[in-house]
Design a protein around this ligand. Structure first.
Ligand SMILES: Nc1ncnc2c1ncn2[C@@H]1O[C@H](COP(=O)(O)OP(=O)(O)O)[C@@H](O)[C@H]1O
Ligand SMILES: [Mg+2]
Length: 217
């Protein structure tokens, strides 16, 4: 699903954000990416999305060679990747319902199906009573659940998360975590970047530890 061979990424001459990454993440895996601030976690997520280009090495995502991919193909690849950020990135001027409906409209799903899918996922995350609310009327944990629903609504093969519990109260953290685990049980490959030790301590998923752009364990 995700393969990297000797991947290097520099933003400036002296900073190697990723410095020779080799790994393979198989279909259906749940992998934590961890390490201190500046270790390269966000860069790791961004290169999978194609938001940053790698300088050297090879990278294959969903069978697509990312070095050779044309810009026009990138949007197609991204349809198979859902992503969740620390700061939710919901559309503030749109209702909860519209935030989740939007990615479905983009790929041309019929109105009735959008309605059914959106309603179902709102029920699954326990927020159907908030469908007409606006993001800023909700607590952080609620906003993040909406963002996860939005990331999953088109059934991506890969779900990426960059510090998704970073702005969440500790008691809500496990609610968020549960949604990722559920997505993984349903077959989605999950790559979860976090430096939260509490999350890592209690889970049995594979942990890839980055330090200064290298895998250290
Ligand atoms: N857009 C950028 N321009 C220049 N340097 C960057 C940029 N983004 C990240 N970096 C640098 O790359 C390194 C890795 O950053 P990042 O991937 O954000 O790490 P993490 O998410 O683990 O904190 C850091 O040294 C950071 O300062
Ligand atoms: Mg980061």
């Amino acid at each position: 699903m995700i393969q990297m061979y000797d991947v290097h990424k520099k933003y400036t001459e002296n900073v190697e954000a990723l410095n020779g990454i080799n790994l393979k993440i198989s279909k259906g895996e749940f992998v934590f990416i961890t390490g201190p601030s500046g270790a390269g976690k966000t860069t790791f997520i961004k290169i999978i999305l194609g938001w940053e280009k790698i300088d050297r090495g090879q990278m294959i995502i969903n069978g697509i060679n990312m070095l050779k991919i044309k810009r026009s193909k990138l949007s197609f690849l991204r349809r198979n990747i859902g992503v969740v950020f620390q700061d939710f990135k919901l559309i503030k001027s749109r209702s909860v319902y519209d935030n989740i409906a939007f990615p479905q409209k983009v790929i041309g799903i019929p109105y009735k199906e959008i309605k059914r899918n959106t309603w179902e996922i709102l029920k699954n995350i326990g927020l159907s009573n908030k469908k007409d609310s606006f993001p800023l009327e909700l607590a952080g944990g609620e906003q993040q659940r909406i963002a996860i629903a939005r990331a999953l609504i088109n059934k991506p093969k890969i779900l990426l998360a960059d510090e998704p519990t970073g702005n969440i109260d500790p008691e809500m953290m496990w609610e968020i975590m549960k949604l990722f685990i559920k997505a993984n049980i349903n077959g989605t490959t999950v790559v979860f970047a976090t430096h939260n030790r509490d999350l890592l301590k209690t889970t049995k998923q594979r942990v890839i530890h980055l330090k200064k752009g290298k895998i250290v364990e």
